[in-house]
Design a binder for this molecule. Structure first.
Ligand SMILES: [Zn+2]
Length: 849
């Protein structure tokens, strides 16, 4: 998709005057174009200004093209600039074809490969500002492209002849706009440069860089399509910023651990580039450059991290932050290491020239980024042919790592067919070659360029216990430790030998939307996708009923939790059901003894601490048709919640944030929380706690996820406690792993769940329960196995014995209402579909009698 619109009046004038070669004078600098000094203290260009500037560059320079990747979550155009020599820009179609061929060299002879390596151009992708507060690169991008568009020195000309640069000034345009608006609004006040009290991505905030294997959000999907279906870059740099008080810039090499699924040539290239960045920075007199620090080479969730498994050399830079465009002063005594690769702040081989402290500003950030970006372009041009050859070598090695018939099979016959379809579609979206058989089985051959990515995502993780010094301590995971999709999604996937007679699978559902014919339509519980159809049916005014006990109809038995739609409801749900692959059973008459199903009115607590789990939960609820209403502190404190809600969900937010609005933050022996503007300060406080209790006592249902269950245990008089509440990291640690639980069948919250499944645990939470008084009923919904040995399914855990026999999820009555506590993360980053039924069932339990 190309856009030819949006050129400003100035650009149009420039275009009118432009010859085939754009002279430096005819291309305005960002500062000239925007009318203020870009990079100056307290000045920020917002995304729309940046977009206009790039349009002007495109109009003025034959070296610049613009491609719109798609719409953002809030409806902006997300664009990518393409920068190269004039000749390359005219020849992009062919350059893309060559890049694609090199990325998938199946059937390519050595001679052909050599010819393509010689004539091909290096495709380099640079993405900026996915984290919206890390705003420097979005400003630097304008200056960088201006320089590339106007330079006439032989070195720049040569670089542009060898490299096609794809530059994305912001991977989250919505957030870039939100942050610049927030910043401008608070300029000159005591909150200048403060954190925004809401998420900078409408749904997922900072987790927008944790979505790259799951692809739930638009921005990740659009970039992924451009990378793995259209451009096939060989090198990808993602530019970030980090905390303020450590090194000034991180450049690769990455730190340990390293994934064994990634070709070592990826690391060799990354290290060559990173070392050149460090060299050029040092030569320019920039101190504080570090490598081998904090950021590992193991976790696949981030932008260019996922790309490693697809044979791309992915790099990260992290520059120290100011307060957006407001400078900060850091005395030497506040500079600190404290992270992997730099425990004490001081000179080391990976950090030979520490920054001494002083003033740090946006201009510094942009200068460091610009030098690193130019150093990257320099190596990519110099090593063009090498790097193209390496791409072929890596893709061939990936293919050769497997036998020709090595494959994964996703059987058509399985407990949760719709989620299995979802997993197969995700693989297609990732650029993986997927096939289907006549019997509906889906096959993923492994002998393909992205075969190692497939194996990484479909098999169990065993975290490598790398030690930095002799002794017991290992390097702890940077992010989570498990991402085994079949376990997270509750899908059966098996290794098997590839059969013949398969056809390409592109995501089509085997279920077809058709006019429902019959009296009643039974949907068996088990798939979270069912709720899309059920909610669509009820929203359209159809009638649905639920079986509280097993029944038989037409000679077939149905379990408790089966939902039966009438014809009007089935008609309303038919499209959603077909798209999701839901298969229902047509019955000649509606079974007796069913309970009318009522759509729950769902409130979702939204703290002012910009909770990502709140955002993810909101996204999941919207996707599945629950239409949640956000509840801020003030609304909850106002009470009368039963008038509007049947169920209130507390996402995983720590208890201090819920109670007081001040996250528990400790630095050494210091406990400090920066003030928020008055409109956004405080938590639920005493009135909020009382309002929630009144809500439950009067018949409401309160559902708490993970960390928030600590709040409920503290505030409500319930015979439950968190058995790990006082554990220290030396006793128990589980940074995000998949654990086995046994499910108690037959409860309305466990309808359709298998006897055993994987839950995602990332905090020390496991429940001990006690026999309640006569006023209350309590249920253990899921519990960990008897022996610690049986608990870990994927990832890493320390102290697993402390989970043995503990409850993972509990429910209880409370007054006329109900409480459900889920100790694990039931919807972690919208990836754990296997445990969504706990949530959705709990929401529907709220309206049951
Ligand atoms: Zn970042």
């Amino acid at each position: 998709m190309k856009t030819r619109t949006g050129a400003t009046a100035l650009a149009a004038i420039l275009l009118a005057g432009a010859a085939s070669f754009a002279s430096a004078a005819s291309v305005p600098t960002p500062s000239e174009f925007l009318g203020f000094e870009v990079g100056a203290d307290r000045k920020l260009a917002d995304y729309r200004q940046i977009a206009k500037y790039f349009q002007a560059l495109k109009a003025a320079s034959p070296r610049v093209d613009i491609e719109v990747l798609g719409k953002t979550t809030l409806g902006e155009d997300m664009f990518m600039a393409v920068i190269s020599s004039e000749e390359n820009i005219r020849n992009l179609k062919h350059i893309r074809e060559v890049a694609k061929r090199l990325a998938d060299p199946r059937g390519l002879s050595d001679a052909e490969a050599q010819r393509l390596e010689k004539e091909g151009k290096l495709v380099l992708l640079v993405t900026c500002n996915i984290h919206s507060t890390e705003i420097g690169a979005s400003q630097m991008a304008m200056e960088w492209v201006h320089a590339l568009a106007t330079a006439s020195d032989p070195e720049t000309v040569r670089r542009l002849n060898d490299v096609v640069l794809l530059l994305v000034p912001s991977l989250n345009p919505d957030g870039q706009i939100m942050e610049t608006e927030w910043y401008r609004k608070n300029l000159g006040s005591k909150f200048e440069g403060s954190r925004m009290p809401w998420l900078y991505h409408h749904y997922v905030g900072h987790d927008d860089n944790r979505d790259w294997y799951m692809l739930t959000q638009k921005e990740a999907r659009e970039m992924t399509r451009a990378v793995y279906s259209e451009w096939f870059p060989q090198v990808w740099l993602d530019e970030h910023q980090m905390g303020s008080n450590g090194p000034r810039i991180f450049v690769p090499p990455f730190s340990d651990p390293v994934s064994t699924e990634i070709h070592p040539l990826v690391w060799r290239e990354v290290n060559v580039i990173g070392s050149n960045m460090a060299l050029r920075l040092e030569q320019a007199g920039k101190s504080g450059v570090i490598y081998g620090f904090s950021y590992d080479a193991y976790w696949p969730g981030g932008t260019m991290n996922t790309a490693w498994w697809k044979n791309i050399s992915g790099l990260l830079t992290e520059v120290a932050s100011a307060r957006l465009a407001t400078p900060i002063d850091l005395p030497a005594g506040e500079l600190a290491g404290g992270r992997k690769g730099l425990i004490e702040y001081g000179p080391q081989t990976n950090f030979p020239n520490p920054w001494p402290g002083g003033r740090w500003r946006l201009r510094d950030i942009m200068d460091y980024e610009r030098i690193a970006s130019d150093a990257l372009l320099e190596v990519c041009a110099q090593r063009r042919q090498d790097f193209l050859r390496d791409m072929v070598a890596r893709a061939r090695a990936s293919i050769a790592a497997f036998g020709p018939n090595d494959a994964y099979r996703i059987p058509a016959a399985q407990r949760d067919h719709p989620t299995a379809l979802r997993l197969a579609r995700l693989m297609v979206d990732q650029g993986v070659e997927v096939r289907s058989a006549d019997n509906g089985d889906i096959w993923i051959p492994l002998a393909q360029p992205y075969g190692r990515f497939v194996r990484e995502m479909l098999s169990e993780q065993r975290y490598p216990e790398v030690k930095l010094v002799a002794g017991r301590d290992i390097v702890r995971p940077y992010d989570v430790a498990a991402w085994t999709l079949p376990l997270m999604m509750g899908v059966t996937v098996e290794r098997a030998s590839l059969p013949g007679n398969l056809r390409p699978f592109r995501g089509e559902s085997s279920a077809k939307a058709s006019e429902p014919k019959g009296a009643a339509f039974a949907i068996q519980p088990g798939s979270p996708e069912n709720f899309k159809a059920i909610n669509a049916a009820l929203r359209a005014g159809g009638s649905a009923e639920i079986a509280r006990a097993p029944f038989t109809a037409g000679g077939k038995s149905f379990p408790a939790g089966t939902v039966v739609l009438d014809t009007a409801a089935a008609r309303a749900a038919s499209a959603a059901a077909a798209e999701a692959g839901i298969i229902w059973t047509t019955l000649s008459s509606a079974p007796a003894k069913l309970e009318k199903l009522q759509a729950p009115r769902v409130g979702l607590y939204k703290p002012w601490a910009a909770s990502m789990d709140e955002g993810w939960t909101r996204w999941v609820f919207e996707q599945y048709g629950f239409d949640p209403k956000s509840l801020d502190n003030k609304t909850i404190r106002g009470g009368k919640l039963n008038e509007k809600f049947d169920a209130i969900v507390l996402p995983s937010v720590d208890k201090d944030t819920i109670a007081t609005g001040k996250p528990h933050r400790e630095e050494g022996d210091m406990r400090y929380f920066p003030e928020l503007p008055p409109d956004y300060s405080g938590g639920l406080d005493k009135e909020g706690a009382k309002a929630l209790k009144d809500f439950v006592e009067a018949g409401g249902t309160l559902v708490a996820f993970s960390a928030a269950s600590d709040y409920v245990v503290d505030e409500f008089n319930v015979p439950v406690r968190n058995a790990l509440a006082r554990s220290k990291p030396d006793d128990f640690s589980c940074p995000g792993s998949l654990l086995r639980v046994r499910v108690t069948p037959g409860h309305p919250v466990t309808y359709g769940l298998p006897d055993e499944l994987a839950v995602f645990l990332d905090s020390p939470i496991a429940f001990a329960t006690a026999l309640p008084g006569m006023e209350m009923e309590r249920w253990v919904l899921a519990s960990y196995p008897e022996s610690g040995r049986d608990i870990l399914l994927s990832g890493w855990i320390h102290g697993e014995d402390r989970l043995a026999r503990r409850s993972a999820a509990v429910a209880m009555t409370y007054g006329k209402g109900k409480i459900v506590l889920l100790g694990f993360r039931p919807q972690n980053r919208a990836q754990t579909n296997a445990t969504y039924p706990f949530i959705f069932n709990a929401l529907y339990w709220s309206t049951s009698r």
